[in-house]
Design a binder for this molecule. Structure first.
Ligand code: GTP
Ligand code: MG
Length: 157
C-alpha cells in the first residue's frame, strides 16, 4: 500500500491545527502509520527542502521550519501521495480551494500550515529522513487489527 510523508509546520502546530488535520486524513480513510512532534534543526530542514536550495525564499523557509515544533506523520492508503496533496491544496493558500487544508486555514505562502510529499521518490526519501528506513521499528507499535490478541493487564476478575 502507498505511503506518504506529511508534516504540520510550526504555524499549524502553534495554531492548534494538528487535531483538525489528523481528523481530515482519518475521515478520508487514510491510516496513520507513524507520528511524532519534534523540533527540526537547520540541517534537517535544509535536507528536507534541498530541491529549493537556490530559490530566493530558501533562507526564510528554513528559518520558519525551525521556529517551533512540527508534527511529522506517515499516512498510508490507496493513492496516498496524490490524495494527501489534494487534501492539502495549492501551495499558495490564496489559490487553494475552500475545503482544502490550506484553503480553509491559511492566507500566505510563507505560512501554509502543512507539507506533503510530491512523488513516490520524495515520499521514500522524506520518510527515511524523518523516521529512519529500518524495516522493523525499535519500539513495538500498537496495531488496532491485533487488538484481541493483546494481554489485558490489571483486569479485576
Ligand atoms: P510543500 O508541501 O511544503 O513542499 O509545498 P509544495 O510542494 O506545495 O510547494 P513547493 O515544494 O514548491 O514549496 C515548498 C514550500 O516553500 C512551500 O510550501 C512554501 O511554504 C514555501 N514557499 C514557496 N514559495 C514561496 C515564496 O515565494 N515565499 C516563501 N516565503 N515561501 C515560499
Ligand atoms: Mg513541495
Amino acid at each position: 500500500m502507498e505511503r506518504t510523508f506529511v508534516m504540520v509546520k510550526p504555524d499549524g502546530v502553534r495554531r492548534g491545527l494538528v487535531g483538525p488535520i489528523l481528523t481530515r486524513f482519518e475521515q478520508k480513510g487514510f491510516k496513520l502509520q507513524d507520528l511524532k512532534l519534534m523540533m527540526i534543526d537547520r540541517e534537517l530542514a535544509e535536507q528536507h527542502y534541498g530541491e529549493h536550495r537556490e530559490r530566493p525564499f530558501f533562507g526564510e523557509l528554513v528559518s520558519f521550519l525551525t521556529s517551533g515544533k512540527v508534527c511529522a506523520m506517515v499516512w498510508e492508503g490507496p493513492n496516498a501521495i496524490a490524495g494527501a496533496r489534494l487534501l492539502i491544496g495549492q501551495t499558495n493558500p490564496a489559490n487553494a480551494a475552500p475545503g482544502t487544508i490550506r484553503g480553509d486555514f491559511a492566507l500566505e505562502v510563507s505560512e501554509n500550515i502543512i507539507h506533503g510529499s510530491d512523488s513516490a521518490e520524495s515520499a521514500g526519501r522524506e520518510i527515511a529522513l524523518f523516521f529512519g528506513d529500518a524495516e522493523e521499528p525499535d519500539i513495538p507499535r500498537f496495531n488496532i487489527d491485533e487488538i484481541d490478541s493483546y494481554p489485558v493487564e490489571g483486569t479485576v476478575h
